[in-house]
Design a protein around this ligand. Structure first.
Ligand SMILES: O=P(O)(O)O[C@H]1O[C@H](CO)[C@@H](O)[C@H]1O
Ligand SMILES: O=c1cc[nH]c(=O)[nH]1
Length: 236
């Protein structure tokens, strides 16, 4: 089975896939943590690899940025490659000064004003939920390796740069209880639900919309090691 966006054969991809937005972060995870990683995709440079972690076959593949992009890649993995679990390992911007740079958020719900779910399947809910079991496995893994996490709701936005005349982080925090923002979890959770699969998201705070601190582009590729270890341990 190949698709317009993925040249992997059906058997090349493991049942669990870790998905960072950045394909270079996928390459970093494969080269740093997986034994014998084999690359299965390079179409559009959306790198994907399969290897083993502590004896378990795991794949890692970039999703690209935004719901349109993860919508395509996650749908193909679930539907055409029969992937069972996708764990997003992303970066996020903090909406509250209670979150610091490098804090790790385990997503317990994703709120969005996006029309993704409506256009995709006529679903009007503005909240999508991760799979409970997979999310619990991530929480248990974090506890096992003594890495603190914060559970909370993410704002999955279609837009990274906003003008001043629209709702901002204060409104999303106060009106919708969103503690941070990224651009993919809502679509990932929706795709998993309609296809009967499992998805979860774990995010590292890369910048703050409150304090305006941020980490560099290079650090976004490589410095999210604690989150990656939690996600890998959750696969065991
Ligand atoms: O670091 P990733 O996983 O790409 O996630 C976040 O970073 C990108 C924006 O810089 C968006 O994709 C957002 O969701
Ligand atoms: O502010 C941010 C940081 C990471 N990702 C986003 O989508 N927004």
């Amino acid at each position: 089975m190949t698709t317009a966006h993925n040249t992997a054969k059906f058997e090349d991809i493991a049942k669990t896939v870790l998905m960072p937005g950045d394909p270079l972060r996928a390459k970093y995870i494969a080269e740093t943590y997986l034994e014998n990683p084999v690359q299965f995709n390079s179409v559009r440079n959306m790198f994907g690899y399969t290897g083993s972690y502590k004896g378990k076959q795991i794949s890692v593949m970039g999703s690209g940025m935004g719901m349109a992009s993860i919508g395509i890649y996650s749908y193909e993995l679930f539907k055409f490659y029969d992937v069972e679990n996708i764990i997003r390992v992303g970066s996020a911007g903090a909406y509250t000064d209670e979150l610091n740079i490098h804090d790790i958020v385990l997503v317990d719900s994703a709120w969005s004003e996006s029309t993704f779910a409506k256009v995709q399947a006529g679903v009007e809910n503005d909240i999508q939920l991760p799979n409970e079991l997979l999310t619990k496995k991530i929480e248990d893994a974090a506890n096992r390796i003594h890495t603190p996490i914060v559970k909370g709701r993410v704002h999955s936005s279609d837009v990274f740069y906003h003008e001043d005349n629209v709702p901002n982080h204060v409104d999303f925090y106060n009106d919708h209880n969103c503690i941070c923002t990224e651009m993919e979890s809502y679509a990932l959770f929706h795709n998993a639900r309609i296809l009967g699969k499992k998805a979860a998201s774990i995010l590292t705070i890369s910048d703050s919309l409150v304090t305006h601190e941020e980490i560099s582009a290079e650090e976004r590729q490589t410095s999210l090691n604690n989150m990656m270890k939690i996600a890998l341990e959750a696969c065991l």
